[in-house]
Design a protein around this ligand. Structure first.
Ligand SMILES: Cc1cc2nc3c(=O)[nH]c(=O)nc-3n(C[C@H](O)[C@H](O)[C@H](O)COP(=O)(O)OP(=O)(O)OC[C@H]3O[C@@H](n4cnc5c(N)ncnc54)[C@H](O)[C@@H]3O)c2cc1C
Ligand code: FES
Length: 340
């Protein structure tokens, strides 16, 4: 039995490595040629201390000087003594360069491109082998014919060879122009990743997902993953857009609703002339009860003003959710996800 261990480095790079059930995480990293910080390898020095963000494991012998009880209670681990009993996400307190690993680079063949509406394009790349990532993460895609990259979140589930994306057509944008007028099936695209801290945490309490425009993409990935890994926690998705033509993937959402009995969603449109049943911003269609007195994990993804709008709304309601994670689809090529 082998588990997937996602090693998350300080610089946002994630490497996902296989670790056998009876193998130490430090040994699995070494096998994958990743030099995570190590010294004694005996549970004595504490050099290999990392934080386990999710997953279960057993720990071998170590001394209190290397890992104090209160640190262990907070989820810190010694990777030289850690054996996984499930898939795990482990945060490494070092950069990927310091650990002599690099972000992986891939090529994908354009298998499908759909100009879904005048504002949105969706496409699927066919990779040579399944790509491991955490649902909600993104890659940097090279704009063909240039040295520029743009970040895009997967809208498909992890560990597949077919990788789907959903992108907003920004007028005169480099990638947008390529996708709108040049991209064809069988084109090759290069990308690197996966990156980002905006990924689905273990579903231990109700989940509120708020998407603005193509900010829907990472939620599709999370929901498709949840379809294969069901939870009993209630999940509500609020999906807001500017105009009717921005509303996409409604069929996929309806299918997910049939497949996940505890999942519900609503859509809303800002344009008052749209005739949509719910008008305005997503926050106008939420009630304080949706924050469940703070016993909720809130995920928000979309343009920066939308993310700030949700933050302001929560402050106005006066409820702090247990976890608040967000990804701003800023035009800068950097990870904008922060957990608070
Ligand atoms: C972590 C991360 C994940 C992302 N994931 C997605 C995703 O899944 N889907 C998606 O559609 N986008 C996503 N984005 C945004 C995406 O990376 C690009 O910035 C965006 O698609 C524009 O790229 P472009 O090359 O077409 O435009 P550019 O050539 O970068 O920009 C051209 C012009 O448009 C302006 N501009 C750029 N972006 C916007 C915008 N969003 N709104 C208004 N004006 C803009 C710029 O200021 C510039 O003047 C993500 C961004 C980040 C940081
Ligand atoms: S390397 Fe010393 S405690 Fe793990």
């Amino acid at each position: 039995m082998s588990y997937n261990i996602a090693l998350q480095f300080e610089d946002g790079v994630t490497r996902i490595i296989p670790c056998e059930a009876n193998e130490l995480v430090a040994d699995a990293a070494y096998r994958a040629k990743i030099n995570i910080p190590l010294d004694c390898r005996d549970g004595a020095c504490g050099t290999c201390k990392c934080h386990c963000e999710s997953g279960t494991f057993t720990m071998g012998d170590y001394i209190e000087d290397a890992l104090a009880d209160d640190e262990a209670a907070q989820g810190y681990v010694l990777t030289c003594q850690m054996k996984p009993t499930s898939d795990c996400v482990v945060r490494i307190p070092a950069s990927s360069a310091a650990c002599k690993t690099e972000v992986s680079t891939y090529a994908g063949r354009m298998a499908r491109i759909a100009r879904d509406s005048s504002t949105t394009v969706s496409f699927t790349l066919q990779a040579e082998r399944p790509i491991a990532f955490l649902p909600g993460q993104y890659v940097n895609l090279l704009v063909p014919g240039s040295k520029e990259t743009r970040s895009f979140s997967f809208s498909s589930a992890p560990n597949r060879t077919e990788l789907a994306f959903l992108i907003r057509d920004v007028p005169n944008g480099m990638m947008s122009t390529y996708m709108r007028s040049k991209a064809q099936t069988d084109d090759f695209m290069m990308f690197s990743g996966p990156y980002g801290s905006f990924y689905l945490r273990p579903a231990v309490r109700p989940i509120l997902m708020l998407a603005g425009g193509t900010g829907l993409a990472p939620f599709l990935s999370m929901l498709l993953w949840l379809k294969d890994n069901p939870t009993e926690q209630p999940i509500l998705l609020g999906y807001g857009v500017n105009s009717n033509e921005d509303l996409v993937e409604l069929g996929t959402l309806a299918e997910l609703k049939s497949a996940l009995p505890n999942f519900n969603f609503f859509t809303c449109v800002v344009d008052r002339e749209s005739g949509h049943a719910k008008l305005g911003y997503v926050t106008e269609h939420l009630s304080p009860g949706d924050l469940r007195d703070g016993n909720v994990d809130v995920y928000v993804c979309g343009p920066p003003p939308m993310v700030e709008g949700v933050r302001k709304w929560m402050a106005g309601v006066g409820v702090t959710p247990k976890n608040f994670l967000f990804e701003k689809f800023s035009s800068a090529n950097e990870t904008a996800a922060v957990a608070a």
